[in-house]
Design a binder for this molecule. Structure first.
Ligand code: SF4
Length: 280
């Protein structure tokens, strides 16, 4: 059994909040560069140039990529042979978010109650997804989520009678309804299966997958390709100014489900689909 002080988790979460807000993962940057070369609309190409220049400026000047520095979504894969000492895990994660957003001068975007709407002033609490895995390591991923894109996300409880074409059409229609609101070019995380809440979780998790990696199951990899093609045919284009590159990638994650159901969810990610990970 390995002992790990939760202060190490606080430190890692702090660094990841800052890093994720300043530097996009290399696969996302490459995907944006590919989108820029593929874009056919001159205005769309100009938007891509601005997006790429903004990424370079954020990295060079140590500034956030976007003014909406997001709600801190934290995934922790905790090895079952780790004994956490020195405090409470939730408190440690939230202290990391506090330190990252305050010391990193990131915008505080969280209200403590959804109806009273008073800003917590340190971007806490985090949305924490904890899973217990084998081993004695702790993997932490911080995915700051802007709500321009989050607000465009949807979940539908479909039935097993639904066809694959109908699933594709629904996902494409979610993107059509989103229009320019999620700051396209977008990345789409799709969850298929599970129950109501697991389906939404799958879509969020899908947004943290490398955008150059297709689903390992050919059935889902094919669906990803079909959805991507159809979303790009919508012509919404970069920042909604029209163009061929509305969507950069579609990532699907699937899970077993009930015989009577087929939940499908779409978590919309913007061109700033951010995440950073560390293992301790
Ligand atoms: S949707 Fe993304 S790019 Fe648009 S404001 Fe929010 S975080 Fe920024």
């Amino acid at each position: 059994m390995r002992e790990l002080n939760v202060s190490e988790i606080t430190k890692a979460v702090k660094e990841l909040c800052i890093k994720a807000n300043r530097v996009l993962p290399e696969d996302m940057k490459e995907c944006i560069r590919c989108g820029a070369s593929a874009e056919r609309s001159p205005v769309g190409k100009g938007v891509f140039d601005d997006i790429l220049a903004n990424l370079d400026a954020a990295e060079a000047e140590t500034l956030p990529i976007c003014q909406d520095t997001g709600m801190a979504v934290v995934f922790i894969e905790l090895g079952q042979d780790v004994h956490l000492v020195g405090g409470d895990l939730n408190d440690a994660v939230n202290k990391g978010v506090h330190d990252g957003y305050v010391d990193g001068l990131l915008r505080k975007s969280v209200v403590g109650d959804p109806l009273e709407r008073v800003n917590t002033n340190d971007n806490t609490p985090a949305v924490l997804h904890l899973s217990i895995v084998q081993g004695e390591k702790v993997k932490i991923t911080v995915a700051p989520k802007g709500f321009g894109s989050e607000n465009m996300s949807q979940l539908k409880m479909m039935t097993p009678a639904v066809t694959k074409d109908e699933i594709v059409d629904w996902v494409v229609n979610v993107c059509a309804q989103a229009g320019s609101n999620p700051c396209p070019p977008i990345v789409i995380g799709v969850g298929i299966g599970g129950d109501f809440e697991q389906c939404a979780y799958l879509a969020k998790k899908a947004l943290c997958r490398n955008v150059s990696q297709r689903n390992p199951k050919p059935l889902y990899a094919e669906l990803e390709a079909v959805m991507l093609e159809k979303i790009n045919k919508l012509g919404i284009g970069p920042q909604g100014f029209g163009g061929t590159q509305t969507c950069l990638a579609v990532n699907i994650e699937q899970a077993p489900t009930h015989i009577a159901g087929l939940p499908v969810s779409v978590n919309v990610g913007c061109h700033v689909t951010r995440h950073a990970s560390a293992e301790i």
